[in-house]
Design a protein around this ligand. Sequence first.
Ligand SMILES: C[S@@+](CC[C@H](N)C(=O)[O-])C[C@H]1O[C@@H](n2cnc3c(N)ncnc32)[C@H](O)[C@@H]1O
Length: 299
Amino acid sequence: MKSMIDSVMAGAFNDFRASLQEKGALCSLKDFRFNEMMIPDYSDDFIQEAYLLRYFPAYLVEYYGIYKELLKAHQFEGPFKVLSIGCGCGLDYYGLELALREKGSSCQDKVFYTGIDKIDWIYRDNFGNDDFEFFQGDILDFEDISKINDNEFDVIIFPKSIGEFEDNEFKKLKDIFKRSQFSKKSLLIVSSVRKQHSAIDTNRMASVLRILENDHGYSCPKAKTEYTYYKKVVGLRTYFYDFVYPQEAYDYLSALHEKCPKYISNSKYCEDDCKGNLNNKRPILNTGHIRYQIFDLTR
Ligand SMILES: C[S@@+](CC[C@H](N)C(=O)[O-])C[C@H]1O[C@@H](n2cnc3c(N)ncnc32)[C@H](O)[C@@H]1O
């Protein structure tokens, strides 16, 4: 798994540099940010590469920790079924594979995984699991969550995705949850929220949980807006020692604005906001972005 992670990071870094050569400027990366309610354009490979170089370590360690906790609390008899809404490149699946390998197992042995995303992300990997399905599409086009891929899911995860719906889209998502049929007695809802907009994301998740309680008869004992996070932020390697970020990539991204071909040829920025909006792409290598909860629903 370590070599798998190393190859994703090395691949993303090489592809990122190749994309930069091709584009000839870093301008489009100025919109790769989440402040001012920005949602990046993930359809651009250059943005995906920058996203993975920045967030892959932090989110991988978060999802690994989530699934480790989930597997400790729940001994599934046989294979279990996971639905990941807004799965991206399947980063949560990477985390699940890591957690299972630590227990001497693997997704291939234990998991039916269905990931849905509007965007067909690069670097997705099924780790040899034939029961890994990816649907490129809008979750809002589905009539009934429980019918996706003919599955009745044990785990539904929103990996940093619930806040990325427009308000009117989120309303439609709630309607889908209302009209879906859930036949399982137990259902695990996993919510991992974005640090920058955690209030919006946790409130949205709480409203989905209320639908599952009020319309589907589940009870949710946990407080709906209490999340696990690290008050004292530490390095990711405290939790996953094997994760070593390639130093060359780290240094490159730490002074990214200087790598812009236009900056190099003009010896100055083209626009006032170049420095500010390009200098915040450094990889996240600490626990500051971890914010999640596993809601154990029963009826
Ligand atoms: C912040 S990214 C998270 C990606 C990935 N889960 C991760 O942890 O890196 C949010 C993802 O949600 C997806 N998304 C947003 N709205 C969606 C929708 N209506 N249907 C399917 N996917 C959606 C986006 O395309 C994007 O890949």
